[in-house]
Ligand binder design. Structure first.
Ligand code: PAN
Ligand code: ZN
Length: 413
């Protein structure tokens, strides 16, 4: 399929607010009837509208109350929940892999929509700074999940046929809604493993890999799905992702007024990101991954990685370029400077004892595979304090390498 729109459920897919639901029920059950709510009873309420939850809990705890009273308490629970969202919601509730998935889709120009039955959805995504192109209003559709209405409304908004859309859900009723709409269904967790999804994953950190495959990325560039390893321990390797924005390395660029001006305008571009197979830091193991360094410049100076010595100074590293063009700038403690061109298919060996940094001199992302001794460690301080001896500029299409006059004053991270 050629994917043109990605539609997400919210709770259990994008965020996990289970704890807030539990705390809100705990509070109202205690206030109203002196009941001590349990995690076990909370299980009954997962993914169910609040009035139905209240009925189930009333039965479970043998609560004798009129339907009106139950509805009132359910509304109080919602107020308590909203209060927790206002006061306690933070990045911690964003499920792993979601920021990467949204970024991947944005980079490929695929719009995103939210199809949540919850009226709290717009507040949650707004507060967490998650960007979706559209949020379906649950009141605008005639039937809730498992009816397909909410997913069809998302497709309609973008004028797309359902076959061009992918829906993501964790609950059985949501997956039924996606399938009923005729969309490609990505399911997460136990219900999905039991069937009913076109692609089933055990957790959200696999979503970038799934979308990478749907976008037709070559395996080499689909970092999330492309890494696997037979490690002694842990049995399941994890991929660690690091994103470095301008604000993380503001002191590294020579033109400090230009850096400040950008940051003051609220612009904080992503300079590079790297995805690394988190091998245990044991002698004999290798760490490997992919760095994507974006194209761009500040005051003419090309985007670059921070660069570092290895803590185990006598440790070399291999870089293999998959895409883009640039250079590997290296220097050792004695001030010997060497640089090497990076272009697809070229392998560069950053020799032991040399600090190394990638520089993107082209117009597209520079993507390199790297591999090095897992217990080498990183020393950002030594080279961060003095700065590299050479800076790389691109002016009027020409690449110029200049001796650095300024030194980094900031404490490197
Ligand atoms: C690479 C680098 C990666 C990011 O994995 O760590 O490209 O560059 P900085 O670490 O300089 O920010 C590597 O060289 N590891 O040893
Ligand atoms: Zn290194």
């Amino acid at each position: 399929m050629e994917i043109q729109l990605a539609v997400f459920d919210l709770d259990g897919v994008v965020v996990n607010t289970d704890e807030f639901h539990f705390l809100a029920w705990e509070q109202v059950l205690l206030d109203k009837w002196g009941i001590r709510h349990t995690r076990q009873a909370e299980e009954l309420t997962k993914g169910i509208p609040r009035y139905t939850c209240m009925e189930l809990l009333a039965e479970h705890y043998h609560i004798d109350a009129s339907p009106e009273e139950l509805r009132r308490v359910a509304d109080e629970k919602n107020l308590a929940y909203q209060n927790l969202l206002r006061t306690r919601l933070s990045d911690k509730q964003i499920l792993s892999g979601i920021p990467e998935t949204l970024r991947l889709l944005r980079e490929h120009g695929i719009p995103t929509a939210l199809a949540s039955s919850s009226h709290n959805a717009p507040f949650i995504v707004e507060k967490l700074g998650l960007k979706f192109d559209f949020c379906v209003d649950p009141d605008s559709v005639a039937h809730g999940k498992p009816a397909p209405d909410i997913y069809l409304a998302a497709a309609r908004r973008f004028g797309l046929p359902p076959e061009a859309c992918v829906g993501v859900e964790d609950a059985a009723s949501g997956m039924a809604a996606i399938r009923g709409a005729g969309m490609f269904c990505v399911g997460i967790g136990v219900p999905a493993m039991g069937g009913g999804a076109d692609a089933a994953v055990s957790s959200t950190d696999q979503l970038p890999g799934v979308f990478g495959a749907l976008l037709g990325l070559p395996p080499a560039l689909n970092w999330a799905a492309g890494f696997s390893a037979a490690l002694a321990a842990p049995a399941v390797p994890t991929v660690g992702t690091t994103v470095r924005r301008l604000s993380h390395m503001a002191g590294f660029f020579g033109d400090q007024p230009a850096v400040r001006a950008l940051l003051e305008r609220g612009e904080d571009p992503v300079i590079y990101e790297f995805h690394e197979l988190a091998a245990p830091e044991h002698p004999g193991d290798l760490s490997f991954g992919i760095t994507t360094l974006y194209p761009g410049g500040i005051g003419g100076e090309c985007y670059m990685t921070k660069g570092h010595f290895h803590r185990e100074l006598d440790t070399g590293e291999v870089y293999y370029t998959l895409r883009g063009s640039g250079m590997m700038m290296t220097e050792n403690m004695d001030g010997v400077v060497r640089w090497f061109p990076l272009s697809p298919g070229s392998a560069v060996y950053a020799a032991k004892g040399f600090a190394h940094r990638m520089v993107n001199t082209g117009d597209e992302p520079l993507v390199c595979f790297f591999a090095y001794r897992a217990d080498a460690g990183h020393d950002y301080r030594t080279i961060g304090i003095s700065g590299f001896r050479r800076r790389v500029f691109r002016r009027g299409g020409k690449i110029e390498i200049e001796a650095a006059h300024t030194h980094t004053k900031e404490e490197p991270q």
